[in-house]
Design a protein around this ligand. Structure first.
Ligand SMILES: [Zn+2]
Length: 145
């Protein structure tokens, strides 16, 4: 059975359903800032949002805003659409990105023209998908152009 392109385009965006802990992260992204948590006891920084420091279990932490500088840790390229919403974008990458401040997140590297490399310097670019602000990254070398 084949699926018509029109049907794939109409597939709903799999929007995040933030819990109370993650709501400030998504609000900040919507306002144009990528935030993470930093422990007040040991200075560890992390994503995704959670109630206690994953290193020392302290519940004393604060939100901090990322500079936008990052590096590419790893990635895969999807050639099969596991969700209809993304089926028209194949192939696309799913990347592990490490912020300059330390936290890692799963994201996409966009406008990379297939030239991904381990440790490649990246810059944050906040893009909207069906009205939802998402943290994506672009090669830092793109900014020189
Ligand atoms: Zn800590």
């Amino acid at each position: 059975m084949t699926i018509a392109a029109e049907d794939m385009i109409e597939a709903a965006f799999p929007a995040p359903a933030p819990n109370e802990m993650a709501a400030p992260y998504w609000r900040a992204l919507d306002e144009g800032r990528l935030t993470f948590q930093r422990c007040s006891a040991c200075a560890n920084a992390w994503l995704p949002p959670r109630a206690e420091c994953p290193r020392c279990l302290s519940r004393e932490w604060q939100w901090a805003t990322a500079s936008g500088a990052a590096r590419l840790v790893s990635w895969v390229v999807y050639h099969h659409g596991y969700h209809d919403y993304y089926a028209t974008r194949l192939p696309y990458n799913v990347a592990v990105v490490e912020l300059a401040e330390g936290p890692r997140l799963i994201s996409n590297v966009v406008d990379a023209a297939g030239k991904l490399a381990i440790d490649m310097p990246l810059r944050l670019t906040i893009q909207r998908e069906a009205g939802v602000a998402l943290a994506r990254f672009t090669p830092a070398s793109n900014q020189a152009k």
